[in-house]
Design a protein around this ligand. Structure first.
Ligand code: SAM
Length: 206
């Protein structure tokens, strides 16, 4: 249950935060936060009643009092929260959830695709990415973003590769590009070679 990813999500939470765990599914993050007293309050929500029932059973099993809400994003959450964790979803779902007038001051986001688009939109809707973690688990890198409501304009390079400064992550991207280069047509090859140069630059800077 306590995967590295859940622990890193939890590390981005502070003791004064009132957290909404959006799309909580099994509720593992909410359980981890509550059991370890890592925030002021945690609420759990999911668009799926079935998923929420799994979470509710888990909360009961661990004897935890965590309020739950069936809700598409923030829409039907009637309680105050200043922090939302939106993890384990695609960028387009995360952005749809954030297209709401009631957005909190702090976001912890973990998309499973299209990080460039996510970082770009996050800046455009008035959030600053203050921390980024790249976590390797189950043969995959998970990107976790901590954002607060503040102005920021990341460079194109930062939008594309993030601000994690994680050398292993950059090496992973470089190797992925090298594999791809063998399989794509010339025009795409040139683009990928250019990206490899940028990634090498980021690695050398470390
Ligand atoms: C893969 S699980 C991720 C669970 C957990 N957040 C995590 O990171 O381990 C995705 C969950 O998001 C829920 N979900 C998808 N779209 C949603 C939305 N618009 N609002 C709330 N929950 C949503 C799904 O029902 C599912 O339970």
């Amino acid at each position: 249950m306590n995967s590295e990813r859940i622990k890193v999500l939890a590390k981005e939470i502070s003791e004064n935060d009132t957290v909404l765990d959006v799309g909580c599914d099994h509720g593992y993050l909410s359980i981890y936060l509550k059991q370890n007293n890592l925030c002021k309050e945690v609420y759990a929500s999911d668009v799926s009643e079935n998923a929420l029932n799994v979470a509710r059973n888990n909360f009961k099993k661990y004897n935890l009092d965590i309020k739950t809400y069936v809700s598409d994003g923030f829409k039907d959450v009637p309680v105050y929260f200043d922090t939302a964790v939106i993890a384990g979803m695609g960028t387009s779902t995360i952005l749809k959830i954030l297209d709401n007038e009631k957005t909190p001051n702090k976001l912890v986001l973990a998309s499973n695709n299209d990080y460039y688009k996510l970082r770009k939109k996050i800046n455009e809707i008035g959030y600053k990415i203050v921390d980024e973690q790249a976590i390797y688990e189950n043969n995959h890198y998970y990107i976790i973003l901590l954002c607060i409501k503040q102005k920021q304009k990341l460079t194109k390079k930062e939008l594309k590769y993030g601000i994690s400064n994680n050398e292993d992550y950059y090496k992973y991207l470089l190797n992925k590009n090298k594999d791809l280069i063998k399989k794509v047509p010339l025009k795409k090859k040139i683009k990928l070679l250019y990206e490899c140069l940028i990634l090498k630059g980021l690695i050398e800077k470390k």
